[in-house]
Design a protein around this ligand. Sequence first.
Ligand code: ZN
Length: 274
Amino acid sequence: MQIALSSAAYAAETVLQEKIRPGEVKFLKFPGGATHPNFSCRDVRLPLQDAKDHYTVVVSESYFSKMEPFQCELKDDETVITKIDFTVEPKEFAHENLHVDSTRVELSEEIKKRVEAESALVKQIYSSPLDSLQFTEPFKAPLKSKITSPYGIKRNYNHGKKLGEHLGIDFRAAVGKKIPAANRGKVVLSQELYMSGNLVIIDHGLGIFTQYHHMSKRLVNVGDRVEKGQIVGLAGSTGRVSGPHLHWGANVQGNLVDGFDLINQSKIYFKKSK
Ligand SMILES: [Zn+2]
């Protein structure tokens, strides 16, 4: 005889509903008390901060979302404590046409190889985040200057078919302008790359990273602990750019997300935590 699963076991489990849009972030906080807490979304394990009385996790949705609902689970070993049903809501992104030197669009084989190797290096960095939040305050935009290109804008180069998506925020910044860190963290990359020029990447823990591109000078080294507001470099026009500016990127769980959403969601998280 087969024994049906006890419905009481399921009654103890909490089901939450959440909404997210492409390129967005969600901080989630749960009551603590599990022996071996673990968290996953779409069956992929994500870092979890165990503060004993509560747990914190950060979920993101890709810009290239398939717009399908997905589920996350907080478990104690294999026992589900909380299920979170995520609905993905649509978000519109603007379109622009850019005129650029065609050699900047079509890369030579040699440059292509370099770009691929550098992109693999950056991906590697994102795969091993610090497992606890490195900050105690919300994120802050590195600059207050005019946004010359927003997150998510779709780009056509020279009216051609080649499409690109701008998955960061461009701030107007003259060469030499001091660039502060958006939050506390640890420097995990400080290097000159072909596309990004002088790039600094900061690991803020739990899968959250911020990036500072095209700088004329880097002022921090790998392994440095940086405070929120600490100057990580000076603005410039290194890498594949048409003029000096700061391209500020935010990567959460491997997805390049909207930095302004990271700021807003971190504000909500710390407001609730008080
Ligand atoms: Zn940019």
